[in-house]
Structure formats: structure tokens, C-alpha cells
Write a protein that binds this ligand. Structure first.
Ligand code: UT7
Length: 384
């Protein structure tokens, strides 16, 4: 029997703080008129001191689980696509796993820049289809504001913070994610990069002084690449799904620049109103932009049950990808008081469980670590 991966839950989270173009014009040599005419962006959200990539991911994931009406312990795998992870390791996905109390889930981060959400959707879908898992939480989450050079007007006006999440579930019913295209061209790696902070250029006085921990971009080259691959990969994903462009009800593109989306619409000979666009309010939230746009489109009734959708994105790497999804779900009714209470209890239990595990690990260290004779294995390791 064939297995299919269906999207059964979705959620988003954005910081409260809004940074407008006029605010930016007080920080760098730019104007609202320039930013709107070149990008379509009017404002973006910026994480507050207590908000992080993980905290936004947890908020978006909690909402997605509510829509799917499933418990965290039903999740088999958590994938966080991000370019602004909390640490090099542990993964942001592991922090999300702990906070949700997803006690049976594996967890990993996926790095494919702004195409990351499509790639994560692809990894989860293929694992569900081959039967190695049944329920996956796929998240795109970013606090790119922390990787920006706030004196570089070419980049700091573009990006914003936020998170979006999908719950995917296996089913024998045909539908859900119908096709996937995932591509890359590493020869363009230098066009969009954060040069320092990895193993090639570890943090040093010089890297910090020279702003090498911030996003560096050749905007025009990325623009040319983006307009080309958006068109190519959309066509490819639609053909792989056995559909025609005329069968597509809505395209949810990566929200980087309104002009890129308009160019894709012209290239595909589709009316602009086929495209879900919200870049004006959030800027480019990288891996989070597609799920955030989708959540808003569902909320507004722009995406309806049984629609055929295209998700399409591009980013650093260079990477790009597209997917056709049959949106064959009707959202369940909102949770009643009992449902909300159950959910809150589960989150509380997750916090307690996480705390107990930490204490347990410390006790283990005290009992079997310091006091154990040198060379002695812990008790769960079988004696030779
Ligand atoms: O997820 C992928 C992320 N990246 C992207 O999607 C980026 C794709 N590229 C773009 O969106 C556009 O290339 C930008 C919006 C970044 C730039 O627009 P552009 O029309 O390609 O402008 P440009 O870089 O060619 O710059 C034109 C002029 C330059 O001045 P000169 O050299 O002609 O005197 C820039 O210095 O505009 C100047 N400029 C600005 N002026 C006012 C660049 N940034 C700004 C600014 N405000 N913020």
C-alpha cells in the first residue's frame, strides 16, 4: 500500500516588535520610498531580548500541534530548518523537542538557507512515504536580525524574524505532498554568506571588527538567480505532480522581494493574484517565510480545502526547491476548554520532565562519576 504525507497542522509566530522603513531611515542612509519600490517591504518583525530562534519555533510548533490536535509524544521527528540556529550545537530542534516534551522524537537542524523549509518538507515527506516514520514536525525559524550588519543598507532593510511550522502525517489516502524538487549550485556560495563563525573562520577580534559574522550579499546576482529558478522549479514541480499550471490554485513563494515574485508571475504567465504575498509586513524571514505566508492565507480563506498549491523558494548555497501540495485538510474546530487544559498540562509536564532529567543526570554524575574508581564503566555497561 502506498503511503502519502499530508499536512495536518500549521502554525506561525512572529515577534511583537515592528521595525518600519521610517525607523530604518533613521539608522542608515535609506528611505521608505526606496525600500518599497525596490522590495515591496514596508515593515518587519524584530525579536526582543528574550525571543530566540527556538522560542519562536516552539510557539509556532505549539500552534501547529493544536491545529493537528495531536500530542507531542506522537511526533517521530522534528526538523528545524534555520540559518540562525541558537548554537552550532546542540541543534535548535533538540531544544524544541525538550520544550514540547516530544519524548519519542528524533531531532535535527537542516541548513539550506531560505530553501530550508522546502528541503525539510522533502525530508519529512520521503521518510513518511518509505514508512520509517509517521508524524513529523517541520519548522522554519529565524532570528536573522542577529546576523545583520545594521550599518549595511544593502542587507539590513531586507530581513525579519519569525517562525512557521507544519505537522505532516502519513496516510493511505492519496494526496498531500505530491512532488518535490530540491536543487543546488555551490559555485554561487559566495553570493550570499555569513563568512565567519564556522570552522573555516572561527570568531576572533578581527572577524568581529570586520563584521564578518553578518550577512554579506551580492544582491543583483541573487536577484538574477532567484527569478530564473523560481520559474524553472515551479514548472518542474507541477509537471512531476502530473498537473498543469492551470490546475494550481495558489503559489506560496519565498518572500524575499515583491519584484522577484512579480517577475516569476510574468515568467510563468500567471496573474499576480495567484501568488500569496505578505513580504510587505514581514520582510524576508528566510526559512519561515513560506509557512508564515501559508498560515495567513489559510486564516484569510485564500487557501481552501482541496486546493493545489505550489511552495517555491531559493536561497544561499545556492539552493532552490519547489513542491506541489494537495491541501486536502479541513482544519478541526478550535479546542474547547478541556482541550486547551490538556495541552497546557502537557507543556507543564514537559518542563517538569526536562527538569527531572537534568537533576537525574547530575545525580548520576555524583554517584557514578566522581566517586567511581578510575576506569570503571557506568553500571548499565555490561562487564567484559
Ligand atoms: O533569500 C534570498 C535573499 N536575498 C535576496 O532575495 C536578494 C535579491 N536581491 C534584491 O532583492 C535586490 O538586489 C536588492 C533589493 C537587494 C537591491 O535592489 P537593486 O535594485 O538590485 O539595487 P542595487 O543593489 O543595484 O543598488 C542600486 C543603488 C546603489 O547605488 P548606486 O551604486 O547606484 O549609487 C545602492 O548603493 O541603490 C543603492 N542602495 C540603496 N539606496 C537606498 C542599496 N541599498 C539601498 C537602500 N536605500 N537600502
Amino acid at each position: 500500500m502506498n503511503r502519502y504525507a499530508h499536512v495536518v497542522g500549521w502554525g506561525m509566530a512572529v515577534p511583537e516588535k515592528v521595525l518600519t522603513n521610517d525607523d530604518l531611515a533613521r539608522m542608515v542612509d535609506t528611505t521608505d520610498e526606496w525600500i518599497v519600490s525596490r522590495t515591496g517591504i514596508r515593515e518587519r518583525r524584530i525579536a526582543g531580548p528574550k525571543e530566540t530562534t527556538a522560542s519562536l519555533a516552539i510557539e509556532a510548533a505549539t500552534r501547529a500541534l493544536e491545529v493537528a490536535d495531536i500530542s507531542p509524544d506522537e511526533i517521530d521527528m522534528i526538523i528545524v530548518a534555520t540559518s540562525s540556529p541558537e548554537h552550532i550545537f546542540p541543534s535548535t530542534a533538540s531544544l524544541v523537542q525538550d520544550a514540547l516534551g516530544a519524548s519519542r522524537a528524533g531531532a535535527f537542524d537542516l541548513s539550506a538557507a531560505c530553501s530550508g523549509f522546502i528541503y525539510a518538507l522533502g525530508m519529512a515527506t520521503n521518510s513518511i512515504k518509505c514508512g520509517s516514520m509517521n508524524t513529523a514536525l517541520v519548522i522554519g525559524s529565524e532570528t536573522l536580525s542577529r546576523l545583520l550588519n545594521w550599518s549595511d543598507r544593502g542587507t539590513c532593510i531586507l530581513f525579519g524574524d519569525g517562525a512557521g511550522a507544519f505537522v505532516l502525517r502519513g496516510s493511505d489516502v492519496t494526496g498531500g505532498v505530491m512532488s518535490l524538487v530540491m536543487r543546488s549550485d555551490g559555485s554561487g556560495g559566495d553570493l550570499l554568506t555569513v563568512p565567519a563563525g564556522g570552522s573555516k573562520m572561527p570568531a576572533s577580534y578581527e572577524t568581529v571588527r570586520d563584521n564578518l559574522h553578518t550577512i554579506q550579499m551580492d544582491g543583483r546576482a541573487v536577484y538574477r538567480f532567484a527569478t530564473r529558478v523560481m520559474i524553472q522549479s515551479t514548472r518542474e514541480a507541477v509537471a512531476c505532480a502530473g498537473l498543469q499550471l492551470s490546475d494550481i490554485d495558489a503559489i506560496v513563494p519565498h518572500q524575499a522581494n515583491r519584484r522577484i515574485i512579480e517577475a516569476a508571475a510574468r515568467g510563468l504567465e500567471l496573474p499576480e493574484d495567484k501568488f500569496v504575498i505578505n513580504v510587505e509586513r514581514y520582510g524576508n524571514t528566510s526559512t519561515a517565510s513560506i509557512p508564515i505566508a501559508l498560515c495567513e492565507a489559510v486564516e484569510k480563506g485564500r487557501v481552501k480545502p482541496n486546493d493545489h498549491l505550489v511552495f517555491v523558494g531559493f536561497g544561499a548555497g545556492l539552493t532552490w526547491g519547489a513542491s506541489v501540495v494537495h491541501w486536502d485538510v479541513t482544519p478541526p474546530p478550535p479546542l474547547d476548554t478541556w482541550g486547551r487544559l490538556r495541552r497546557r498540562t502537557l507543556t507543564g509536564v514537559a518542563k517538569v520532565r526536562s527538569g527531572l532529567r537534568r537533576v537525574g543526570r547530575q545525580l548520576e554524575g555524583v554517584v557514578y562519576g566522581k566517586n567511581a574508581p578510575e576506569g570503571e564503566e557506568p553500571p548499565h555497561v555490561k562487564k567484559k
